[in-house]
Design a binder for this molecule. Structure first.
Ligand SMILES: [Zn+2]
Length: 129
């Protein structure tokens, strides 16, 4: 995973991080909200974009392959962006929980490394750990 959240780099071993990502996605595909967001997004973008391209086609003639490419590209790229935005903080929360379970002490609120911290308060965000 390129440019993933910093929590992923804090797993003691690469395979632990990999496993955490796999477990996360296995959980996500079982939830209804995952599919609702994904499907409604794709449907929305496809409809809006199709309408927009119909409008453009009135001014500039484009071959159908170009239309398909534009729709596919924007839908696919946008879906990835939306998914990242929507799931990123939930994903990070999940990773922090997993890190804590593994004994890698991490602030649940901001993800700060709490290894060796004895104050019981996160020095980064001030939330109790
Ligand atoms: Zn914190």
């Amino acid at each position: 995973m390129r440019g993933g959240p910093s929590e992923l780099k804090r797993f003691p071993e690469k395979k632990d991080a990999k496993e955490a990502v796999q477990v996360w996605w296995k959980q996500q595909v079982r939830t209804v909200s995952f599919w609702v967001v994904l499907i409604s997004y794709v449907a929305f973008v496809t409809l809006v974009l199709r309408g927009f391209l119909e409008l453009v086609r009135g001014w500039i003639p484009l071959p159908p392959a170009v239309h398909g490419g534009i729709i596919g590209g924007i839908t696919g790229g946008g879906a990835v962006a939306i998914l990242q935005w929507y799931w990123r903080h939930r994903f990070r929360y999940f990773l922090r929980e997993r890190l804590n379970e593994m004994g890698v002490m991490t602030c649940m609120k901001c993800g700060y490394d709490l290894t060796g911290n004895e104050s019981g308060v996160c020095p980064e965000c001030g939330s109790p750990s």
